[in-house]
Design a protein around this ligand. Sequence first.
Ligand code: AP5
Length: 220
Amino acid sequence: MSEARRIVLLGPPGGGKGTQAKRLETKHGWCQLSTGDILRKAIADGTPLGQRVKAILDAGKLVSDDEIMGVIGERLEQPDCAANGFILDGVPRTLGQAEALERLLAEKGTPLDAVVEVRVPDEMLMERITGRFFCAACKANYHDSFHRPKVEGVCDHCGSTEFIRRSDDSPETVKDRLASYHEQTEPLLPFYEERGLLKLVDGTRSMDEVTAEMERVLGV
Ligand code: AP5
């Protein structure tokens, strides 16, 4: 367990944010907070939030800032995030969310320590996303080419033999998700640069190399 840190991971869809956030959570105890995972669970559970956002995720568009900040505010209050620090994976994604997050953390007296951009060019992302699949039971992340289970057809983590793919990982939806990233999320890079928080990591390297580089820029 490392010292508590408050970190944002910024990067395009398929850039490896979720992969790295899980690794950092396991190694350092910082709680991974993925808005995508929270929204997909709400959809699977059929909650009112899930019903409101399902069509938006299926289309690869962004959910409203108010909806997202409601989700985040609740999760940050929970004891694991408050005590161990957190890695925000997939949020903020608009300038409105970045400003609201800044206000929320300032009120608590717990500002961000670092924002890490995981940079991967568009041409690599399509293959990463369309080849991705998950364990149906524990949601561990795999890839057709880059990360297969050690025993074919059996999850390394829980032994389940059922796997699923995300409904928004089709090539058409990925194009819309990439457009949302370039139009609405990239403007956050200068926002965090101005605050002296931005660190850059080359996300095209192997998963282990990316983790090592993240730890280096975070000084852990
Ligand atoms: P979200 O779930 O956040 O999706 P995303 O940002 O599109 O990111 P992904 O989960 O697709 O990619 P990732 O960067 O985590 O990559 P991964 O590690 O899986 O959001 C989904 C939707 O929810 C949005 O479209 C939006 O509708 C909504 N939403 C969520 N947050 C929102 C917000 N704040 N505001 C508004 N709407 C919001 O890696 C991808 C694949 O590549 C994996 O198979 C992995 O094994 C492989 N891989 C990873 N790293 C490497 C490597 N170094 N080398 C080779 N392969 C690698």
